[in-house]
Design a protein. Structure first.
Length: 82
């Protein structure tokens, strides 16, 4: 199980980059939702979904034997080969 912070760290480690993370507070999320609501009902619903889903860490049971680090390293290797 990963928190968003752990996923960020893992991605930067695999990419070999210095972490640069931009945090957005609740007020910014409400502002994004406000603007999206004025664009269309669909945009407002989608914005609410993303803002809410990014405020909590998801929890699930571990299944399988694959590791996210291995997957990311494979993606990085494919990118480096291009």
């Amino acid at each position: 199980m990963f928190s968003y912070a752990e996923l960020e760290q893992l991605c930067f480690e695999v990419a070999g980059k210095r972490p640069r993370v931009f945090r957005v507070g609740p007020r910014a999320g409400r502002t994004i939702e406000w603007f999206a609501d004025r664009a269309s009902p669909q945009a407002g619903n989608l914005a609410r979904f993303f803002v809410e889903s990014l405020t909590v860490d998801g929890v699930g049971e571990q299944t399988g034997v694959h590791r996210l680090r291995d997957y990311f390293e494979n993606l990085q290797a494919q990118t480096d080969a291009k």
